[in-house]
Design a protein around this ligand. Sequence first.
Ligand SMILES: [Zn+2]
Length: 338
Amino acid sequence: MPLCTMRQMVDHARKKKYGVGAYNVNNMEQIQAIMAAAKETQSPVIIQASKGALEYTNLIYLKHLMAAAVEENPELPICVHLDHGPNLKTCQEAIALGFTSVMIDGSIDYDTKTPEGKHPARSFADNVRVTKEVVDYAHQFGVSVEGELGTLGGIEDETHTDKVLLTEPSQVEEFVKTTGVDALALAIGTSHGAYKFKHEPVLAMDLITECRKRAPDTAFVMHGSSSVPQELVAEVNKYGGKMPNAMGVPIASIQEAVRRGIQKINVDTDGRMAITAAIRKVFMEKPGEFDPRKYLGPARDALQALIASKMRDFGTAGHAGDYRVKSLRAMKSFYAKH
Ligand SMILES: [Zn+2]
């Protein structure tokens, strides 16, 4: 089976009302854990890499790890997606590398910095212009594109902005029509990182419903959707970690968001925590251990268990065999007609 595009995956998820998780990867153990979870639960899966991940893996390693995931799991729909693409050039690099989906985060100007060292938010018109440029380029290859309206708070690789702005529903229709994006990241109050909220978060759920009415055929994406489970924070801290108590997005809120129209759910922080807790445990309990397999192996197992539970909670489980994956060439002619 060839790599699947994000468009095909989220179209199916929109029709059948489930969410597809997009999980960040930087190394072999993360990719193996995610693929093992997808296989275990028979789920379509989006593995995504940020610009930071591309730099960390020196591109070529990531390319071959993706190829290994496909070769090992020919029966699973797998999409490889660029997370928070900062500009056309990085999106072009990802497409050349074989990614089947890219995000252009046109809501932030990553190439400029304010005196405080943050990236300024872009105007609507500039966001439209930058996003459309990437859509026009990517669709020639059959590759899907995610855009963003509004800005998300918090810290992710390279994602520091000076403002947090919720998506304005009245802009959604024009944005989607003018740019031709396949998916749109909505800013509904979630933020990146482990320190999201001190209390149970209030997310702008009505905003999803509102946006859904204005763009019925576009997929919606929720960023910063780790739940930061308290058991996981306790686990990290039990073995010498120093994570403050904070809250993420409860699973019930994600499920409600899916019912209201979200299809792609980005999760990174929870995976980082599962890996860190497992490695800390080995280091604390067996200080004499110095074989990397003896702590990276348990980290991989912990990540697999975490992601398999998310695939069940998001409703992705069991959908792997629902459709035949279309090739990039088929998607290319699809875009030529639309
Ligand atoms: Zn994000």
